[in-house]
Design a protein around this ligand. Structure first.
Ligand code: E4P
Ligand code: PEP
Ligand code: MN
Length: 494
């Protein structure tokens, strides 16, 4: 082995490296027995689905599709209910329909769902009253209740079953007509309170219905089969891919869900080599706090076949970025790596151009995605973590502009959002602004996030319309991102 050859990878080789954000369990034997059980449970996703996502991400890299990566910051076990899951999926479908309508390119949907439980934190502990307790690290680690902060391995098992139940319901929704373009009104519309937003969504749905009628009339869409419940097949319009993702943070769990399987091959008569697949989700990402080149998280993801994301923040030097790409994708395979940038609106200009230049020079194929949420968190006067709609849009606009100035292209967005609403039909109040002009004194009304503030239903649709309108203008040959967004913002944010 030469100095530059990486050492042998195994599903457990990460354990010999420093583990940032490590969770200390009081009872190691208990942890081991839970992990042994998880290792016997069936995969949540299959290698074929994982390969399919790689393939589709390669299309994003060729600018043939746009990636929507979205969902909760911290998913919770209590949110594993019919209504909450349907609301999340409904928002993702609505958002992507709005994008497809404007951009006229397919949207690849990857939810932060069915496993997005663990959280890295800025601080190990927090002060509650005059008590110093361990910080909440996500439902698969410890409880939000300050008296339940000791990490409990049983929560990993519970995470598996909550992921399984969530994914099972998502798969049912996807195959039984909920996602069909024939029914976009079922997705979220009845809970959108703003009449302007409702009208704008209605106008897309009407346009779509017209287009479908037209294609039925000219015979390109048969529509003869009828709805799923009366024996119809999904048809082209009901065939919707949906992929799951979470942060690869709890490496013991990820290792236990890693399985060996034959790699894809075109020639059925030839034996196929094996690869390792993380079967807990289709897409896994490494966070900004755990992406150290010599750390455990990068060591783990470098050996799995799943497409992976790496969060890229202001503290990442360009040379380290290229070394990371070498480590996780030495063969420069398309569709393998997504870079999720999250600098903050005020810092993006200082860092993104250098990162784009370094990646271009390295010849590494990547999908560039903007996460305009994580670099823009502020604390409100009342002490709540929040984010400003205008700042979020500002980072997104700068990101699109910088990519085009550097001869690159933004391939997708990564958002923390939720379509959930309470019994009276009101959505959450965690981020400021948007067309509903949510103000600081409203934040406490329905602040439900377990970790970071999410865009609510209306604010998410605001983003969808802005991005969609931008791509529509661009498609029509109307120039600059900044100017288009500025004029759109003027009309969206009265
Ligand atoms: O989602 C990202 C991080 O886990 C989160 O921003 C950390 O939040 P904290 O700074 O409150 O620990
Ligand atoms: C932890 C996250 O983000 P980052 O690593 O970019 O802070 C996240 O996306 O939830
Ligand atoms: Mn977050």
């Amino acid at each position: 082995m030469t100095a530059s050859t990486p050492s042998q990878w195994t599903p457990s080789s990460w354990a010999s490296k420093p583990v940032a954000q490590r969770v200390e369990y009081p009872d190691q034997q208990h942890l081991n027995s839970v992990l042994a059980k998880i290792n016997t449970l069936p995969p949540l996703v299959t290698p074929a689905e994982i390969e399919r996502l790689r393939h589709q991400l390669a299309a994003v890299q060729r600018n043939e599709a746009f990636l929507l990566h979205a969902g909760d910051c911290a998913e919770s076990f209590d949110a594993c209910t019919q209504e909450r899951i349907a609301a999340k999926i409904g928002l993702i479908l609505s958002f992507s329909l709005i994008l497809v309508w404007g951009a006229r390119i397919p949207v690849l949907r990857v939810g932060r769902i069915a496993g997005q439980y663990a959280k890295p934190r800025s601080s190990q502990t927090e002060k509650i009253g005059d008590r110093l307790v361990l910080n909440f690290r996500g439902d698969n680690v410890n409880g939000l209740d300050p008296n339940d902060r000791t990490p409990d391995p049983e929560r990993l098992l519970s995470a598996y079953f909550h992921s399984a139940a969530t994914l099972n319901y998502i798969r049912s929704l996807m195959t039984s007509g909920f996602a069909s373009l024939h029914h976009p009104r079922d997705w979220s519309l009845s809970h959108v309170r703003s009449s302007t937003l409702r009208r704008k969504f209605e106008s897309i749905v009407d346009g779509l219905a017209d287009a479908l009628d037209f294609s039925r009339a000219i015979g390109t869409e048969s529509g003869k089969e009828g709805p799923y419940e009366r024996g119809g097949g999904p048809g082209v319009l009901g065939q919707v891919d949906f992929f799951t993702s979470h942060e690869a943070l709890m490496l013991d769990y990820e290792q236990a869900m890693t399985r060996k399987a034959p790699l894809p091959g075109d020639d059925a008569s030839k034996p196929r080599a094996d690869g390792f697949y993380n079967t807990s989700a289709h897409f896994l990402w490494v966070g900004d706090r755990t992406r150290q080149l010599d750390g455990a998280h990068i060591e783990y993801v470098r050996g799995i076949r799943n497409p992976i994301g790496i969060k890229v923040g202001p503290s990442l030097a360009s040379e380290e970025l290229t070394k990371l790409l070498e480590a996780v994708n030495p063969d420069k395979e398309p569709g393998r790596v997504t870079l999720i940038t999250r600098y903050g609106a005020a810092k993006i200009r200082d860092h993104l151009p250098g990162h784009i230049q370094a990646v271009t020079q390295s010849g590494h194929p990547v999908t560039w995605v903007s996460d305009p949420m994580h670099g823009n968190t502020v604390t409100s006067a009342s002490g709540l973590k929040t984010r400003n709609f205008g700042t979020i849009i500002s980072e997104l606009v700068s990101c699109i502009s910088i990519h085009s100035e550097c001869g690159s292209r933004l391939g997708g967005v990564s958002l923390e959002f939720t379509g959930e609403f309470n019994e009276e039909g009101f959505s959450v109040t965690e981020c400021l602004g948007g067309s509903m002009e949510l103000s600081e004194d409203q934040l406490e009304l329905r602040y439900h996030s377990f970790c970071d503030p999410r865009l609510n239903l209306e604010q998410s649709l605001d983003v969808a319309f802005l991005v969609s309108n931008y791509f529509k203008e661009e498609r029509r040959g109307n120039a600059k991102a900044h100017d288009i967004f500025k004029s759109l913002l003027g009309s969206e944010q009265k």
